[in-house]
Design a protein around this ligand. Structure first.
Ligand SMILES: [Zn+2]
Length: 124
């Protein structure tokens, strides 16, 4: 349940922030989620619905998710390649994302593992 723990963390941060601003409730949460986080959008939204049911501060909250692309950097030629995880290229944990320039498999992930709250809309 990767998503549930993550949703709970986000929810806690949003509630704390809303309380600090004396808000009545959180209306919208805008998230930026990296391609390599293994988080499934629909499932994450379901988790939020479950959390929101027991949390007045989050009643009716809408979650907006933007995906940020994954980027790997080649250790041979330093070229940066944008990578998309898909059914053709699933994320298994032992992926090798080859450099698009020199085809070297020696790449390291430099972007796409982050998940951030970009914005919050609250009702006062
Ligand atoms: Zn390369």
């Amino acid at each position: 349940m990767h998503e549930f723990g993550f949703a709970q963390q986000i929810a806690d941060i949003c509630i704390a922030s809303a309380e600090k601003n004396n808000a009545k409730r959180v209306k919208d949460i805008y998230l930026e989620i990296g391609e390599f986080t293994l988080i499934i959008d629909d499932y994450l939204k379901q988790c939020f619905e479950m959390i929101a049911q027991g949390t007045p501060m989050l009643a009716g909250v809408k979650v907006h998710i933007t995906r940020t692309p994954g980027v790997v950097k080649c250790q041979d030629c330093a070229h940066e390649t944008q990578v998309h995880v898909s059914t053709d290229n699933p994320l298994t944990g032992i992926n090798i994302f080859a450099c698009e320039q020199c085809k070297s498999p020696k790449t390291v992930i430099i972007k796409g593992k982050e998940a951030n709250i970009k914005n919050l809309k609250i009702e006062m």
